[in-house]
Write a protein that binds this ligand. Structure first.
Ligand code: SF4
Ligand code: FES
Length: 374
């Protein structure tokens, strides 16, 4: 077996050795943390992705050992492979920080600032990027683009105004399904994700476009407006699925399963299964298995401490089992002074209503006996 050629690369002063052919982004991810540039369009599990958004720009201050000249312009780290002896600056470069602020400003020109009502809030890569590199004001004086609504079928909602044209969903459909029926139509300011002749996305693996979308342009209709992700408890679970790996994250509140997603790694990408294949999940697991009894629960999903989702997240074993003690037992035999049943006072969140199973968003009517779930 031939020996793999290893190249030395230094990113922000940290040197590692990586196999020839590794991109700067992948090398930086091996170092991890802040050193890894953000990526809005690159997705390691999708062939051909990257090179569209420019959020991953870095400065190459030394080209290689043989040719130490710096590269004249900032380069897209997701598309540039390392050379032996290369030196790269990411967060240590003022030029990069400045360019990234410019990229965020461009991405937000047409992106609506509707985070308070967007289902992606709390897990949106653009929200994180704006928090780190965005400005508090806009210089844009024109009207943002708006689009005619296209229906993408019964389970996937497209909100084109939020799309940043990263092409990830197009690559997903190309690479996971046998016939892609959506894509990017038109060019320039008019470019949009659409199905052209109102087709619905209904391939058994098409639900994965929701997981790869870095913003709230593609969302799960069975979950929209039902809850905020930071109120839910992500739990790893699996089932014996004949179609996919069946390894998922359940987003629960109590025993109620609000949503099912594939498992994601620290870069927000689909995690590999133990046999090394990407853990894409099928539509049946994602949209139809909304009972806790459909799943074997493995335990709480590890969530980055920096994420808003980690607020109120189960830690260790706490919260994964129901407490057996009564209030009197833990309160030293004393009855509580203030213990009322919220449902005596208000109809909000009636216990008879199973929000995870309501078709479409939940709103006021849901609690007025009109949509009692089975
Ligand atoms: S819908 Fe989402 S995944 Fe598809 S191109 Fe737009 S931002 Fe990217
Ligand atoms: S992640 Fe590199 S250009 Fe988008």
């Amino acid at each position: 077996m031939s020996e793999q050629t290893l190249f030395k690369v230094t990113v922000d002063g940290i040197t590692i050795e990586v196999p020839a052919g590794t991109t700067i982004l992948q090398a930086a991810r091996q170092i991890g943390g802040e050193v890894a540039p953000p990526a809005m369009c690159y997705y390691s599990k999708l062939k051909g992705s990257g090179g569209k958004c420019r959020t991953c720009l870095v400065e190459v201050s030394k080209g290689s050992e043989k040719d130490p000249r710096p590269m004249p312009k900032l380069v897209a780290s997701c598309r540039t492979t390392v050379m032996d002896g290369m030196e790269v600056k990411n967060i240590t470069s003022d030029k990069v920080i400045d360019a990234r602020a410019g990229v965020v400003e461009f991405l937000l020109l047409n992106h609506p600032l509707d985070c308070p009502i967007c289902d992606q809030a709390g897990e949106c890569h653009l929200q994180d990027l704006s928090f780190d590199h965005g400005k508090s004001k806009t210089r844009f004086e024109f009207q943002k683009r708006t689009f005619k609504k296209h229906d993408l079928g019964k389970n996937i909602q497209l909100h084109m105004t939020r799309c940043i044209l990263c092409y990830r969903c197009v690559f997903t459909a190309d690479q996971l399904t046998n016939k892609r029926v959506h894509g990017i139509l038109d060019r320039g300011d008019h470019a949009e994700i659409a199905t052209h002749i109102e087709k619905s996305l209904d391939n058994e693996f098409i639900g994965n476009v929701i997981d790869v979308c870095p913003v709230g342009a593609l969302t799960d209709k069975t979950f929209r407006f039902k809850n905020r992700v930071w109120f839910l408890k992500p739990m790893d679970a699996h089932r014996d699925c004949p179609t996919c790996s069946g390894r998922v994250t359940l987003w629960n509140r109590g025993d109620e399963v609000f949503r099912v997603t594939a498992r994601k790694d620290e870069w927000g990408e689909i995690e590999d299964t133990p046999d090394g294949k990407p853990g894409w999940i099928c539509n049946t697991c994602r949209f139809d298995k909304k009972e806790a009894s459909d799943w074997v629960i493995e335990g709480p999903r590890e969530i980055s401490r920096a994420s808003v989702i980690s607020q109120g997240h189960y830690a260790g074993k706490i919260g994964t089992t129901k407490p057996t003690e009564t209030f009197l037992a833990v309160n030293g035999g004393r009855a509580p002074h203030l213990l009322m049943d919220i449902h005596d006072e208000s109809e909000v969140n009636k216990p008879t209503i199973h929000l995870g199973k309501i078709q479409g968003p939940s709103h006021g009517d849901t609690f007025e006996n009109k949509t009692e779930s089975a």
